[in-house]
Design a protein around this ligand. Structure first.
Ligand code: FAD
Length: 513
């Protein structure tokens, strides 16, 4: 049936209403689409500031049905919306993954416009225990606040919480707790998903598992997550938190691997490694540890060798008063098993909430807005020393000193990942998560992009089988290589759930095919 579109412009209220005659399954009426310059500009930017794709319009849904209707309309073969629909979580991608050139960007935050917290609810079930049902558009910071009110919290987090549930579940959601609890995609009981055909489906490991395992880590290719059911545990109240420094890479990596092993006792709750190439790096983000004298000692060490390594190790505990003696002793026992430079240990005791929210909201960065040409990799443990020699010790210190740069390297356990999902990891039991979280300006951005390319070139040359996290590739061949044996599954699921290849075109996966 032919669809007739009638576009009405409202000058006072800049909504572009699309009235359409639709088939029997579609909700007749109008969609809250906007194509004014503010809406278009908003949807053509992201945290990376490297890619700017102009959509034809932006949907500000007030209900899940608005998104269902949009996707149904787009499935009509004559419709211009077929150019693509991208859910935009919080736009914290760095390579335009939540954009849709010439298509429609769905501003997921609008689902939350009532602001009454109704889209984060906590339940208790005899079989499932405590869990929360949260809208896909919800920020993790709000999930934390709402669940903590009941003394509960999810167990798997990202380091930064001003990103959405749907956005991280489309990737993996990792941090220093992943070795213990798995990535966020391993911590989901059930999802509501609108497929690329415009069908709203509930899925779990047992119900529509093909969709469930496709959507988790599926880079937004099969459906838009509108609800996620996430298990909750009793939330710790306090955190013992230490930052220890190494000059030797072998000791740094050996200690990190020891810390994440199941045999470690007492076991930590969080382990992340840092790469320090200039003394200012320890001053920013979560470096509340350093005093000016530490800074000069670190600067002295950096003069001797151009890179230092640090481990951030954490133990949670349940106590309303800081530092009761048993946890102090336990934490001391844990640190005693590590081989860091003895005088370089900085520790703190903070609330669980303060620890999880240690990274501030970066929404309103002052102008000029910087670029974030990030490179995130998963590196097999067997090649981590080679990677360190060639890239970390070999190349990283050659970059111009940048106090805003942030470099992470920590191991995690593959057995906490579910291989039925499409998130791709190296094929080894332990692999490292690397985050080269560069910040750049117009003067050094090209140099950093070139640096990232060079890292990838060296890995290819040396046969280090890294996998990109938040992958960005220019060609079909590279995507096939990225997914390896999962490419066939990817294509199969795309044909079933989004046969017209409508969803998340900004990932650039099926645009080459
Ligand atoms: P967007 O960038 O808006 O979207 C990402 C992709 O998911 C797009 O393809 C989009 O179309 C799709 N998508 C969005 N919402 C949905 C939905 N509801 N259903 C289906 N598809 C959807 N990641 C980690 O794993 N660990 C970290 O510690 C971490 N720290 C970060 C710190 C900062 C400062 C920043 C900027 C990012 C960090 N990230 C981290 C990366 C973050 O996980 C990604 O940016 C991710 O894409 C989530 O961001 P978002 O919610 O803004 O999603």
């Amino acid at each position: 049936m032919a669809i007739q579109l009638r576009l009405l412009h409202y000058t006072l209220f800049p909504f572009l209403l699309i009235a359409a005659s639709v088939n029997a399954n579609q909700r007749p009426g109008s969609l809250p689409l906007r194509n004014d310059s503010a809406a278009v500009r908003f949807a053509s930017t992201d945290f990376g500031n490297l890619v700017h794709e102009i959509p034809s319009s932006v949907l500000f849904p007030t209900s899940v049905d608005d998104i269902v209707d949009l996707i149904k309309l787009s499935n009509h073969k004559d419709d211009h919306l077929l150019r693509g629909i991208a859910a935009r979580g919080h736009g914290h991608s760095v390579r335009g993954q939540a954009m849709a050139r010439g298509g429609v960007v769905v501003n997921m935050a609008s689902l939350n416009s009532s602001g009454n917290g109704a889209r984060i609810q906590v339940f208790r079930d005899k079989k499932l225990g405590f869990y929360t049902d949260v809208g896909g558009e919800q920020l993790w910071i709000d999930v934390l606040r709402a669940t903590l009110r009941q003394g509960l919290a999810p167990e798997s987090w990202t380091d930064y919480l001003y990103i959405t549930v749907g956005g991280t579940l489309s990737n993996a959601g990792v941090n220093g707790q992943t070795f213990l609890h798995g990535p966020q995609i391993s911590n989901v009981l059930e999802l509501d998903v609108i497929t690329g055909k415009g069908k709203l489906m509930t899925c779990s490991k047992h119900k529509n598992p093909d969709l469930f395992f496709g959507v988790l880590g599926g880079l937004g290719q099969f459906g838009i997550i509108t609800r996620a059911r996430i298990p909750l545990a009793k939330a710790p109240t306090r955190v013992k938190w230490a930052f220890v420094v190494y000059s030797n890479f072998s000791e740094f990596s050996r200690d990190q691997e020891k810390l994440i092993a199941s045999t470690m006792a007492p076991a930590p709750d969080y382990v992340e490694g840092h790469l320090v190439t200039n003394e200012n790096i320890t001053l920013q983000w979560r470096s509340q540890f350093s005093s000016p004298s530490n800074q000069s000692a670190i600067a002295d060490l950096l003069k001797k060798q151009r890179i230092l390594y640090a481990i951030e190790v954490v133990k949670f505990y349940h106590n309303n008063t800081p530092a009761s003696p048993p946890i102090d002793k336990e934490f001391e026992r844990l640190l005693k098993q590590l081989s860091f430079i003895p005088s370089f240990v900085f520790s703190r005791d903070v609330s669980y909430f303060d620890f999880l929210t240690r990274l501030p909201n970066l929404d309103n960065l002052p102008a000029p807005i910087p670029f974030h040409p990030w490179l995130n990799l998963f590196i097999p443990k067997s090649r981590i020393s080679d990677f360190n020699a060639a890239v970390l010790a070999g190349m990283l210190p050659t970059l111009p000193p940048n106090p805003s740069a942030f470099y992470l390297l920590y191991p995690t356990n593959r057995n906490k990942w579910d291989d039925r999902m499409l998130a791709v990891t190296p094929d080894e039991q332990v692999f490292y998560v690397l985050g080269l979280l560069h910040t750049s300006t117009t003067s050094d951005n090209a140099e950093i992009l070139k640096f990232n390319d060079e890292v990838m070139r060296i890995c290819r040359k040396k046969g280090i089988q890294v996998k990109q996290y938040f992958p960005h590739y220019e060609s079909k061949k590279e995507w096939i290589n990225h997914f390896g044996p999962k490419w066939t599954i990817m294509k199969h699921k795309k044909a079933i759930f989004d046969p017209k290849r409508i969803l998340s075109p900004g990932q650039g996966i099926f645009n080459h095919v």
